[in-house]
Design a protein around this ligand. Sequence first.
Ligand SMILES: Cc1cc2nc3c(=O)[nH]c(=O)nc-3n(C[C@H](O)[C@H](O)[C@H](O)COP(=O)(O)OP(=O)(O)OC[C@H]3O[C@@H](n4cnc5c(N)ncnc54)[C@H](O)[C@@H]3O)c2cc1C
Length: 497
Amino acid sequence: MPAAPATRRRYSNGVPGVDAVVVGSGPNGLSAAVVLSRAGLRVLVREGAGEPGGGARTSALTLPGFLHDRCSAIHPLAAASPLFRKLPLAAHGLAWVTPPASVAHPFDDGTAAVLFRSTRDTGDTLGPDGRAWRALFDPLADSFEPLLEEILGALLHLPRHPLLLARFGLLALLPATILARRFRGPRARALLAGLCAHAIRPLDAAATASFGLVLGAAGHAVGWPFPAGGAGKITGALLSLLREAGGAVETGAEVTELGELPGSELVLLDVAPRQVCRIAGGRLPSRYARRLASFRYGPGAFKVDFALAGPIPWRARECALAGTVHLGGTLEEIAAAEAAAARGDMPARPFVLVAQHTPFDPSRAPPGRHTAWAYAHVPHGWAGDAAPAIEAQLERFAPGFRDLVLARAARGPADLERENPNLVGGDVGSGENSLAQLVARPVARPVPWATPVPGLFLCSASTAPGGGVHGMCGAHAARAALSYLERRVRAPRAAAP
Ligand SMILES: Cc1cc2nc3c(=O)[nH]c(=O)nc-3n(C[C@H](O)[C@H](O)[C@H](O)COP(=O)(O)OP(=O)(O)OC[C@H]3O[C@@H](n4cnc5c(N)ncnc54)[C@H](O)[C@@H]3O)c2cc1C
């Protein structure tokens, strides 16, 4: 869809060049750019890395012919995102692959709890807790779409479904360890703990239950799909939409100071608060800058990508049905690992998230070969080598795994941050998921994406509604920026960042 000239005339400052610059081309930066360009603005995206995409990129990290997702790998929130569902991404090359099971959670006895689309089938893997699982997740899965709209709507609007949100909120505010007490047996408790551990917080912290509830409900309502061909296809589709609407992307163009940017009505920063302070520091009111500087980051990640001679030899065969496998054993073990990483101690047996794409998407490896994507939660900025601990967890639940490894590519917190400065200390969540930072992200303001500097907006996952590939931080920031332009059209004033 070409940019609408009437809208462009309405907003444009009349200066040849661009109306909006977006710094950073992660899923949120590109989403913001797409929303703005489809509203008729001339948009330029400046990306520091050599290729666009941030957390949604796919590369041959190990051997030729093996494609690995550099960061995000599994995309329930992208598939269900209110923005992505409205955009014609399929027409721009994005196709979802949905494995038969969303998550498998193996145990030392050679069995596994499995999150299937059906809550009944899931319950059958949970011993005495099948009925309790259904009682918890059936209502959430049944109303997943409106629920997600409320949650990704970032708590800033009058809820359209107040009862639904209130019911969810009462449970979501709980620590995972308390919510898990609904279950009598270890299997359901462990499955829930693995889902809640996506909060990357100690499981006895407030609101860790929210992650398990949303991700569990997503698994039942839409599954945990991923793009055929890799996460880079999400970026490819957004780029294609952006270019179709007249937008442009410059890569290898790191921005260190706002003054480097071409003049424009709007600047949107898809960067973490620490960088906002560097890039816009001089122009931010000191109180706001201090609040941004006190934004807290969470534990780090240590990631290993494997090229494999065959599929992962899971002892629990049900694990082969799932795109994601959570390695951590019991709730108690996962809770201890998450608590250790949060207080700065490397756990001996870390919680490990594994994604296996190739059994469902053979396009990512040569015939008969496979890939595995794995990362562990480690202390913030941790400088050690977690690859042996990650492989030990894989070997524990898939004996013979090591014999299949043809090549591996390991990256710790410092490597991740070097590749993308948004990953402060290796924090893949773009900021600690404490209750305070879930509610007010990055700081408490009526419109959290707007800064006190006219025309300057924040759009990264460090803003509401937070981490994950869903593009909603970018969409909200773009809409806030468009509202700002509307107000300027009505009451013009010469101020641009
Ligand atoms: C290892 C890992 C695994 C993950 N797994 C999943 C998953 O399975 N599912 C999921 O939904 N999410 C996952 N995530 C989280 C997800 O990738 C992020 O939440 C998401 O990418 C955030 O998007 P963003 O646009 O806010 O920022 P990013 O994706 O971080 O993009 C920011 C972009 O800005 C660029 N940039 C930064 N500073 C500058 C500058 N000064 N000048 C110019 N450009 C700059 C960066 O190079 C980068 O391209 C994972 C993240 C990591 C790191």
